[in-house]
Ligand binder design. Structure first.
Ligand code: FAD
Length: 302
């Protein structure tokens, strides 16, 4: 694997993953690469395939739990950041931060994304998990996208239906394909910047009252159903405020697991397992993580 560094001098070695996720936990990755062009992404993927180097793609790490033991392979952070406006849509590359895209839309007279205010992470992460909030899911506005097949490093354009979006799910979770860019339908010159900012400010206020501060991954578990949100079940199991090590289930929101400062990934996963077990014992409902869990050797269940 030493050759990786000589082929790609920008590759970082023994990079702490705690710096690349909102939980602020995780050991070191053997190799870490920021792909800021499609070409560099294709080249490193080809190299990884040829040399059988395990790899894992990230955006801004707001929906991942790394392991305390790090990752024996290559983490590729997508930093493709182009934004192109069309008549009534925008194409954003996968590394574009959602908040940046919202601001660019407003600056250029487009509306349609304002409900995503406060949604952390990148467009790649949003499409991968069909992210959404305030009644707007990715699947409702994505028209088409460019995806990359990691086996061939070839790209192709696909339509919305390709992704088979369901609640917090896209087909990318099964195929391992990588999102290169996504096109979202928008409205031009319908809402003014002031109107959009007013909508966003109201949403922000709501988030502030409902969600805690501090390092987390947002909702840890998927909601089993709209009338049985995971946070409510965890609350009804009497677990709000429960701590393991320096990880805590928020007092404010039962589905937020917080790193109080010195938590390890193991503290967080033990706490999540406890919530899963106790909710199952009380309600016979199995909570499924929304967060993507990465062990030292690859993706894993809780
Ligand atoms: C405080 C807080 C609040 C949140 N609120 C919400 C919310 O309201 N609604 C919601 O849906 N989510 C929410 N989240 C979760 C998270 O922000 C979203 O899931 C976000 O879309 C993840 O983007 P990311 O770039 O951080 O992805 P990452 O965490 O970096 O990656 C998540 C997964 O996506 C994959 N991935 C990333 N980029 C690509 C790509 N280009 N191609 C293929 N796979 C890729 C990764 O391999 C990984 O499996 C919240 C998180 C936090 C911390």
């Amino acid at each position: 694997m030493l050759d990786l560094k000589s082929q790609f001098p920008e590759v970082l070695q023994d990079e702490s993953l705690a710096n690349y996720c909102t939980f602020r936990v995780g050991g070191k990755a053997d190799y870490f690469f920021k792909a800021n062009t499609l070409n560099s992404l294709q080249n490193i993927l080809k190299y990884a395939k040829e040399h059988q180097i395990p790899y894992f793609i990230i955006g801004k790490g707001s929906n991942v739990l790394f392991s305390d033991r790090g990752f024996r392979g290559l983490i590729i952070q997508l930093e493709l950041k182009d934004i192109t406006f069309h008549e009534s849509s925008v194409t954003a590359q996968s590394g574009v931060i959602t908040a940046v895209l919202i601001n660019e839309c407003i600056k250029n007279g487009y509306s349609g994304l304002e409900k995503w205010v406060g949604l952390p992470g990148t467009i790649g992460g949003a499409v991968y998990g069909n992210a959404g909030c305030n009644g707007l899911e990715t699947k409702e506005i994505l028209t088409e996208a460019t995806i990359l097949d990691p086996l061939t490093a070839e790209t192709r354009t696909v339509k919305n239906t390709y992704f088979e979006f369901t609640y917090r799910h896209s087909k990318l979770k099964e195929t391992g394909e990588i999102l290169v860019d996504a096109t979202f339908s928008l409205q031009k010159d319908v809402l003014t910047a002031e109107q959009q900012r007013a909508i966003m400010s109201e949403i922000q206020q709501f988030r502030l009252t409902k969600q805690p501060h501090g390092p987390s991954s947002g909702s840890f578990f998927k909601n089993p159903s709209p009338d049985k949100p995971a946070g409510l079940l965890i609350d009804q199991a009497g677990l709000k405020g429960t701590k393991i090590g320096d990880a805590q289930i928020s007092e404010k929101h039962g589905n937020f697991f917080l790193n109080l400062g010195k938590a390890t990934a193991s503290d967080i996963s033990q706490l999540a397992q406890k919530a899963q077990k106790e909710v199952y014992e009380k309600f016979q409902i199995n909570l499924e993580p929304e967060v993507q869990i990465l062990t030292e050797t690859g993706k894993s269940k809780l």
